[in-house]
Design a protein around this ligand. Structure first.
Ligand code: ADP
Ligand code: MG
Length: 346
């Protein structure tokens, strides 16, 4: 390195730049690995049925704060964020492994609570606990879950299949989890100031639950299957709509037009946004952790999609990969940008 050349820092690269940088020398030679890095899960061809693998690491103080996160909820969430990635590939989750690093501050009953949440998620989504690892940590709790699923090769949906004029669709509503987090953070500060004061969450139960106990959208996957629709591309929304939309565009080599007035936002998200002085659309576009599905379908499926509950058409795919636009209510055309509030959090 010359004296004028500065060493790259993590913030120069960002999360995705860092992953690209660290993995650039790894080339796939095994033909059975159909998809390696770069989608919601890796895909291996294992006979008639493919195996899919995804993993997520949750770190205390970064991804969760135990002041307001019940361990049972945390266990549930740690599983479902992984299942969400498998559903985003149109796959069926089958097994998980759970690895934990625990500091001395945790009691056995506390860890039992964590595993209670893990068990509820396993039972609800038909997943078996297949193993894991347990070790100690100097500070706090780390949970790494790996989920393994399966799917027929022809059923798998990648981030890369979006085509010109496809409709861009999203399930549920967006921005709730972010606003729920803001509320919990506010109440935490109040609690630290005076532990006698009870948290004020009345009227915001939905968005608090969106943050503490998100649900993966298995129901949407089933609904699309029943309607005979296979999305052309799909991703789950963990980092915010803008960021995930840009991933779909990049992987599919296309652009998009997204319309602000079509983005689904829950009334509690609206109310909380007003209270915090944030634009609800910014919470929806950049908030993250909603674990909804963002997917594209061919234009000729419009009539069927419009009849399905809990799915909104928010825009369409543009053939030019340099045209990625966000159209606010006033009709202006802005460049779609990922302004994740904490890019290293995911
Ligand atoms: P998601 O948000 O769907 O969980 P990520 O953004 O975490 O996906 O990861 C994007 C892609 O990069 C995935 O294919 C993931 O497996 C891969 N990836 C993330 N971190 C690493 C790493 N440290 N080494 C290798 N691959 C990684
Ligand atoms: Mg994902």
């Amino acid at each position: 390195m010359s004296k004028t050349e500065k060493a790259l820092t993590i913030s120069d690269l960002g999360e995705f730049g860092l992953i690209d940088h660290l993995t650039k020398d790894f080339t796939i030679t095994d033909k059975k690995l159909i998809k390696g890095i770069g989608d919601d899960a890796a895909v291996f061809e294992t006979g008639d049925i493919c195996t899919l693998v995804t993993t997520d690491l949750l770190v205390e103080g970064i991804h969760f704060n135990l002041i307001y996160t019940p361990l049972k909820h945390l266990g549930y969430k740690a599983v479902v964020v992984n299942l969400s990635d498998l559903y985003a590939m149109n796959a069926t989750p089958k097994y998980i492994t759970v690895s934990i690093a625990v500091s001395r501050k945790f009691s056995v009953p506390a860890l039992e609570q964590l595993y209670e949440g893990i068990k509820i998620a396993c039972d609800r989504f038909g997943v078996e606990l297949a193993g894991g690892d347990t070790t100690s940590s100097l500070s706090g709790l780390f949970i790494n879950i790996t989920a393994i699923g399966e799917a027929k090769k022809e059923d798998i949906v990648f981030r890369s299949g979006a085509k010109k004029n496809d409709l861009v669709c999203v399930s549920g509503d967006l921005g709730g989890s972010y606003c729920g987090l803001q509320l919990l953070e506010r109440e935490k500060e109040v609690f630290i100031g005076d532990p006698a004061i009870q948290p004020k969450l009345d009227g915001f139960e939905y968005i608090v639950e969106r943050q503490l106990k998100p649900e993966p959208r298995r129901d949407i996957i089933q609904k699309l299957k029943e309607a005979g629709i296979k999305p052309t591309s799909m991703i789950d929304i963990s980092d915010g709509l803008s960021s995930e939309m840009l991933h779909l565009c990049k992987n599919s080599g296309c652009g998009c037009m997204i319309f602000e007035d079509k983005i689904p936002v829950h009334p509690q998200t609206e109310a909380a946004s007003v209270m915090f002085g944030i634009d609800p659309s910014i919470a929806a576009m950049n908030g993250g952790e909603d674990y909804e599905l963002l997917f594209t379908v061919p234009l000729d499926k419009k009539d069927i999609i419009e009849k399905l509950n809990d799915i909104s058409i928010i825009g369409y795919i543009h053939e030019d990969k340099n045209t990625k636009l966000f159209v606010p209510r006033n009709g202006a055309e802005l460049e779609l940008k990922a302004q994740g509030w904490n890019p290293m959090k995911g």
